[in-house]
Design a binder for this molecule. Structure first.
Ligand code: CMC
Length: 391
């Protein structure tokens, strides 16, 4: 078998060839299918970007129409799924519920792993885009004790997210267009990020020919952790804690530098961006715009700005190339929009969904082999077995 190269955390190992996302961590470049993230966030919209990631080209008007309508066709979720949701306590974390519900979709769509031709692939893609959005919002509705909402076929995908989350049967609901636009942009910025932890998980699970729902359920679990998607919730909780303790940002900066303290500055640092995170730049501007147009004056934002300014001046952070990442500012916008903190990572998952789907599809279409890393064994050599009374 030859010598095994050890690379914990896969810091220098490529797992696949991909045509989806280009990333240059040194220069802070991010492109989907060759289009710059700045252009896409400024000129496109989430559903178009989803199509681009999954199918490789920006859609024509007819292709876009078909995509949106096919998604609409699949937005009904089996009513029996409600029995499963009812089994969860209201206090359950929505990411755990979302992973379970995504997995449960396999039971109601038993043929979901059958994707043997383009038509089946197209249907699987649209089904996943449709049902995942609905169940993601149901995790919140359940926690609140509200009736579960249905997708409104007269509205767009991102508008539907707001409607599914906040619409009540007792009054008409029209989401604020400022919020819808900002959310659309945030989803675009989160839509793909090459072989990150959750995406690699989706690809490796899918490499055993598990279906999309099963693979994406695993991706949700991977995203949940605080070092990955869970960071957006952790950032806001950290800022709230700083505020509750008198607003001394510098004290927390010192804590983050102390190697005997496990605390890390949430929303700082990135495995591949070592100069700046291009998404953070766009989000910072969007946060200012959204807060201004919603008339929100949030003291948390001042703490975030102070923390950022101090860290950027600090030798520890400078020498390790630690800069604010995408999640440093996203939580502040979500909070201004009225999204509860424990839903932040669910929003990341909705944004990342087209990326997961695109990567899963690429892996299947390219007929990649099953993912199966090797190891270097460092345990005991052969030992004699001792019966329990001799140990
Ligand atoms: N606060 C304090 N020190 C840090 C931080 C931080 N946030 N991030 C890294 N370091 C230090 C780390 O202690 C190490 O120091 P030393 O060389 O003295 O041992 C050095 O910087 C390199 O860190 P690393 O852990 O080897 O880097 P990594 O590439 O393995 O980790 C990371 C990347 C994002 C997991 C890490 O920076 C981190 O934990 N950040 C906080 C969590 C976070 O914001 N995650 C969201 C990432 S962006 C969204 C996403 O992709 O999900």
């Amino acid at each position: 078998t030859g010598a095994i190269t050890l690379d914990p955390g896969y810091k220098n190992s490529g797992s696949c060839k991909s045509e989806i996302t280009f990333l240059d961590g040194e220069k802070g470049i991010l492109r989907y299918r060759g289009y710059s993230i700045e252009d896409l966030a400024g000129k496109s919209n989430f559903i178009e970007v989803s199509y681009l990631l999954i199918f490789g080209e920006l859609p024509t008007a007819a292709e876009l129409d078909k995509f949106e309508n096919t998604i609409r066709k699949y937005t009904l979720v089996n009513e029996e799924m409600k029995n499963i949701i009812d089994g969860f306590p209201k206090t359950a974390h929505p990411m755990g519920v979302l992973a379970s519900l995504t997995s449960a979709l396999t039971a109601f769509n038993p043929k979901s792993a059958d994707v043997n031709n383009e038509k089946e692939m197209y249907e699987a893609v649209c089904k996943t885009m449709a049902k995942f959005l609905v169940i993601a919002t149901w995790t919140y509705r359940k926690a609140k004790g509200y009736p579960l909402n249905y997708y409104d076929n007269t509205k767009g995908y991102v508008e539907n997210f707001m409607q599914l989350m906040f619409g009540l049967p007792t009054a008409p609901y029209t989401p604020d267009p400022v919020v819808v636009n900002a959310l659309d942009k945030l989803f675009i910025l989160h839509a793909d990020h090459e072989q990150n932890c959750s995406t690699s998980t989706v690809r490796i699970v899918g490499s055993s020919h598990a279906g999309l729902f099963a693979s994406i359920s695993a991706g949700v679990s991977a995203l949940w952790g605080p070092l990955h998607g869970g960071a957006n919730q952790a950032v806001l909780e950290m800022l709230e804690e700083i505020q509750a303790n008198g607003g001394d940002a510098d004290k927390y900066l010192e804590k983050a530098k102390d190697k005997n303290d496990p605390f890390r500055l949430m929303g700082f640092g990135h495995r591949v961006y070592k100069n700046f995170d291009p998404r953070a730049k766009i989000i910072k501007k969007a946060a200012d715009d959204v807060l201004a147009s919603l008339g929100v004056d949030d003291p948390i934002l001042d703490i975030a700005k102070k923390l950022e300014a101090s860290a950027l001046e600090d030798e520890y952070f400078k020498s390790r190339n630690l800069y604010p990442n995408v999640d440093f500012y996203s939580g502040i916008i979500y909070r201004a929009m009225g999204i509860p903190t424990e839903m932040f990572t669910v929003l990341f998952a909705i944004g990342r969904l087209p990326g997961w789907i695109a990567q899963w599809k690429e892996m299947r279409v390219n007929k990649e082999p099953i993912g199966r890393p090797r190891q270097v064994y460092v345990g005991e050599q052969l030992r004699d077995f001792k019966a329990v009374n001799e140990r």
